[in-house]
Write a protein of this length. Structure first.
Length: 325
């Protein structure tokens, strides 16, 4: 249970205001600010997470960890985002925000529905991967890598090939009672930069801007994805420059564990929250499916995407995944 006063601040605020309900990571989220591109939840759904404008301190007294823009006191995380606002994440249940006068509702929505929500999910003890995902034959295939590695671009290109996009930026990994890994979608529609939208000829799907000051846009969402899918494979994206040779290579179990932890949504936060063992168990569960963790080194040019997709489809046939959309 969250400490007294933490959960009730955002929850009580939502009683007094209109609220919007969404599905994310297998949970129900209630927010007083609309989150464009997120999958709506049924109107009678019971929320697990509450987001609302509310009082947020400038610092956390008694914080045990921190830096210039963040504080952690073992129960709450305070984030200070210049020109956007202050965000207080409480016990994996609430996000209270105090907007900067210069911030728009879209600015707040972009942060609380993205990186701030990801931090809250990690605070819940969830294994959260910084990855996009598609549905291949009823299984989730993930693409992970550093920001700018091309995760969303590759997923969108596969969408053009006919594959259903499953998650945009965050994938929750859980293990069922039989030891099998499952992936829950972030419930977010793809978000792409304007040049990527143009290169992939996705102009007719371009929706509203993620934020007023950047050229990144929500795509018109496809039909709502299933809440979760069994794990199919994960590819860690790299550019094909030395020492990496273009192609797909399988990772050993030790390298899977190391790389999976490196692809946690916020690795330093996972360390602070003592979550290494959870990621190691996840890598072991992946190994038991046939060690379906791979490096994908490929050229970054847009005109190389069709060839890269051909590699992937051939690889899915080789490892027993259905290759057709």
């Amino acid at each position: 249970m969250p400490p007294c006063g933490i959960a009730m601040s955002a929850e009580a605020a939502l009683i007094e205001r209109p609220r919007h309900l969404y599905l994310t990571g297998g949970l129900i989220l209630a927010s007083d600010v609309p989150l464009a591109g997120h999958t709506p939840a049924p109107p009678d759904a019971v929320p697990d997470i509450f987001i609302a404008q509310g009082p947020v301190p400038d610092q956390l007294d008694g914080a045990t960890l921190g830096g210039p823009t963040w504080y952690y006191d073992n129960q709450r995380i305070l984030l200070l985002v210049p020109t956007i606002g202050r965000f207080l994440i409480g016990a994996g249940t609430t996000i209270d925000y105090a907007a900067d006068p210069a911030a728009t509702p879209a600015d707040i929505a972009a942060f609380v529905g993205g990186s701030i929500l990801g931090i809250l999910l990690q605070q819940r003890g969830i294994v959260l991967l910084h990855a996009s995902a598609i549905d291949v034959g009823g299984q989730a295939v993930l693409f992970s890598g550093v920001s700018g590695a091309g995760k969303s671009t590759l997923a969108a290109a596969l969408g053009q090939r006919g594959y259903r996009q499953f998650a945009d930026d965050q994938c929750v990994l859980s293990i069922d009672q039989a030891g099998r890994p499952w992936i829950a979608s972030d419930g977010a529609a793809p978000r792409l930069w304007a040049d990527t939208i143009d290169a992939l000829a996705l102009g007719e799907k371009r929706g509203i801007a993620l934020r007023p000051t950047i050229e990144k846009y929500h795509l018109t969402p496809s039909p709502a994805p299933q809440a979760s899918l069994p794990f199919g494979a994960i590819y860690f994206l790299l550019e094909d420059r030395p020492p990496h040779v273009a192609g797909i290579s399988q990772l050993s179990l030790p390298n899977t564990a190391k790389t999976l932890f490196a692809e946690a949504y916020r690795p330093q936060l996972a360390i602070a929250l003592d979550q290494r063992m959870a990621y190691f168990r996840a890598s072991t569960a992946i190994a038991q499916t046939g060690r379906r963790a791979y490096r994908l080194a490929r050229p970054r040019q847009f005109d190389a995407l069709p060839e890269v997709i051909d590699w992937l489809e051939a690889h899915w046939r080789d490892i027993g995944l259905t290759s057709g959309p």
